[in-house]
Design a protein around this ligand. Structure first.
Ligand SMILES: *[C@@H]1O[C@H](CO)[C@@H](O)[C@H](O)[C@H]1NC(C)=O
Ligand SMILES: *[C@@H]1O[C@H](CO)[C@@H](O)[C@H](O)[C@H]1NC(C)=O
Length: 407
């Protein structure tokens, strides 16, 4: 087993990714056209929104999962191939960054989807619920249909989707896992063996991949506690954990042009000035728009009054959601942000460099066939001597705990 390792990445210069001189750092106002249209489909009772780099030849695949207050259709802009899409600024900036870096993004809804129920079922053990096994069936289908088995694959999730992003590598091998906002459920952290990745059909096991937890500095106490505990327990188990703390970041005159498609630099400066005048942005550029779900939101009313003539299709075109997302994310409220997308990509790439080539579909890690434990161990040994099979470890019954002083 690998030595325990912990990488602390506290929103410092250490983790800053620098683009080449010719690469724009943000999609807007002039580079949204680089993003191919998303494709929408319903498959195995899930809505799926896929964006594939223009080359059709991705370097890897990001499987993405949204939060309870988001929709999977926020992972694409409206187009002929995704008529219901209404991509939001932070989510689309993330998609743009992933696709621009050569990754395909496959975003998947919760099983029932639609308006009624948007949260994923994250309770453990997953075999008692249909969510995780169903997601794995869809992933398997994509890898097969698109011939993507050889590519590195990553999970990305936010809030409830972040829990799915953490749970998936326990049942299906990935090169890296990334959760924004949330950690594992306590029933998993408290269990002796839940955190051991394993194929229940044949007993094959593999190491948990490097994991990044991006949490909000001033999130609700129980959310921070859950993230803290996840980091602590994963590190104890010898998993390579990176922690990233999201702090409030200031808005600027160009901010809205960078992330909100269709808003040019003139529009952006005007939006910034009006939100400053309305006291929704403070003198240093920080958002003052506190999150208020299902309550009378005075700031929302002020913002709408200040901006609706610039965006006359305000409600029909989801501008209320767009502004809440940008303003809440920058405030450091519980919302998805694209601010640290480059750090996520760097994390994925570093993890993939250390990881062995993913095994093919016929590898026991992926097998849906049952075989006895001893038969699978022998098979595993034989396979582990073949190139490309190294993500399979011998079945482990006992953990070698590596205690780590993490703080
Ligand atoms: C979470 O961990 C951080 C860093 O160790 C610590 O400062 C903070 O108090 C912890 N928060 C909670 C709610 O446990
Ligand atoms: C932990 O993971 C990060 C990101 O994948 C990587 O850069 C780092 O080298 C890893 N550390 C160890 C000790 O494997």
């Amino acid at each position: 087993m690998r030595p325990a390792a912990l990488l602390l990445c506290l929103a410092s210069a250490l983790c800053v990714h620098t683009y080449g001189a010719t690469d724009p750092a943000w999609p807007g106002p002039d580079h949204w056209g680089d993003l191919p249209d998303a494709e929408y489909q319903v498959f195995m009772e899930r809505e799926i929104v896929t964006t594939i780099p223009v080359s059709q030849n991705p370097r890897g695949v990001v499987f993405a999962f949204h939060g309870c207050l988001q929709y999977v259709t926020e992972f694409g802009f409206k187009s002929a191939s995704c008529p219901n899409c209404h991509g939001t600024p932070e989510m689309m900036t993330l998609v743009w960054k992933f696709v621009k870096s050569g990754y395909a993004v496959v975003a998947m809804s919760a099983r029932r989807g639609g308006d009624q129920w948007r949260c994923y079922e994250t309770r453990w053990p997953p075999e008692e619920w249909q969510e995780l096994p169903g997601i794995i069936r869809v992933i398997r289908h994509f890898l097969r249909e698109r011939r993507w088995w050889h590519l590195p694959r990553y999970t990305f999730g936010s809030s409830s989707g972040g829990v799915i992003a953490l749970e998936l590598p326990l049942r299906f091998p990935f090169q890296a896992a990334m959760s924004m906002l949330l950690g594992f459920r306590s029933e998993i952290l408290d269990s002796e063996d839940a955190l051991e990745p394993r194929n229940l059909h044949n007993g094959a096991t593999w190491p948990y991949p490097p994991v990044m937890i991006m949490r909000i500095l001033d999130d609700e106490k129980d959310v921070v506690e859950r993230c803290n505990k996840t980091i602590e327990v994963m590190a104890e188990r010898g998993v390579n954990v990176s922690e990233w703390v999201i702090r409030p970041y200031p808005l600027s005159e160009t901010f809205f042009a960078e992330r909100l498609r269709g808003c040019d630099l003139v529009c952006s400066a005007e939006v910034y000035a009006r939100l400053r005048d309305a006291d929704i942005i403070d003198a240093r550029g920080f958002s003052k728009w506190h999150k208020c779900e299902n309550c009378w939101d005075r700031t929302y009313e002020k913002a709408k009054t200040a901006l609706w003539d610039i965006f006359p299709t305000w409600e029909d075109d989801h501008y209320d959601r767009y502004f809440k997302e940008m303003m809440w994310a920058s405030l450091g409220a519980h919302d998805t942000t694209a601010q640290h997308a480059d750090a996520i990509i760097d994390f994925y790439e570093a993890a993939a460099r250390k990881s062995e080539v993913p095994a093919h579909e016929d590898h026991p890690s992926f097998s849906e066939r049952y075989s006895s434990d001893s038969a699978s161990a022998a098979h595993a040994k034989q396979l582990s001597e073949q190139p490309g099979a190294a993500i399979l470890a011998e079945p482990r019954r006992r953990h070698h705990r590596h205690r780590l002083q993490i703080r």
